[in-house]
Design a protein around this ligand. Structure first.
Ligand code: MN
Length: 203
């Protein structure tokens, strides 16, 4: 993804993730929140033609190379754009269920099974204080880890490859789940696209 950045279309209809994620939340989340990250990222990058050809993932992996006056904007709004662009493709209708293939085998090796894996993931999602994300990532040694990132910080900045990730900002769930983040996290398993997760794991 390069400047000028654009809001990607959702790969499914706003209501496609019902009843787990409601259409109104998807409309506002995509059309307002994500769109705002894109607009504010463009407002920052327009001031620095020297980085307009740089891939967003490269900027986020090397924030020290981003001009200081826009570094915070790239971290927050660039991270927001990248995280949300990934998030939409990590979910889908007719998804959910259990991981399969090599990823399932690796999860089983490291956690002993899906229940322990989901338990740690849910616990990290429940205990993230404030706004942020919880991710299953692959590190440079090929091992899986479950990590929290605050605000719009992204695993890319830590040299970690995102496999799946859940947005636990209140804007992601508050209309339907109110203050009960744990119910949102449990429902979210029903929309995780494990086929795409396997592709990312193997890349
Ligand atoms: Mn969000």
């Amino acid at each position: 993804m390069k400047y000028p950045f654009e809001l990607p279309s959702l790969p499914y209809a706003f209501e496609a993730l019902e009843p787990h994620i409601d259409a109104t939340t998807m409309q506002i989340h995509h059309g307002k929140h994500h769109a705002t990250y894109v607009a504010k990222l463009n407002e920052a990058i327009v001031k620095h033609p020297e980085i307009q050809d740089m891939e967003l993932s490269r900027m986020l992996a090397n924030l020290q190379d981003v001009p200081e006056d826009i570094r915070g904007a790239v971290r927050n709004h660039g991270g927001g754009h990248l995280n949300h662009s990934l998030f939409w493709t990590m979910m889908g209708p007719d998804a959910g269920g259990d991981p399969s293939g090599n990823l399932a085998q690796k999860i089983s090796e490291q956690w002993g099974g899906g229940d322990a894996f989901r338990g740690e993931f849910e616990q990290k999602a429940a205990t993230l204080f404030g706004s942020g994300w919880v991710w299953l990532v692959k590190n440079e040694q090929g091992e899986l880890q479950i990590i929290q990132t605050m605000n719009q910080d992204t695993p890319i900045s830590m040299r970690l490859l995102p496999i799946i990730g859940i947005d636990v900002w209140e804007h992601a769930y508050y209309l339907k789940y109110r203050n009960v983040r744990a119910d949102y996290v449990k429902a979210w398993w029903n929309v995780v696209d494990w086929k795409k997760a396997e592709e990312r794991f193997m890349s």
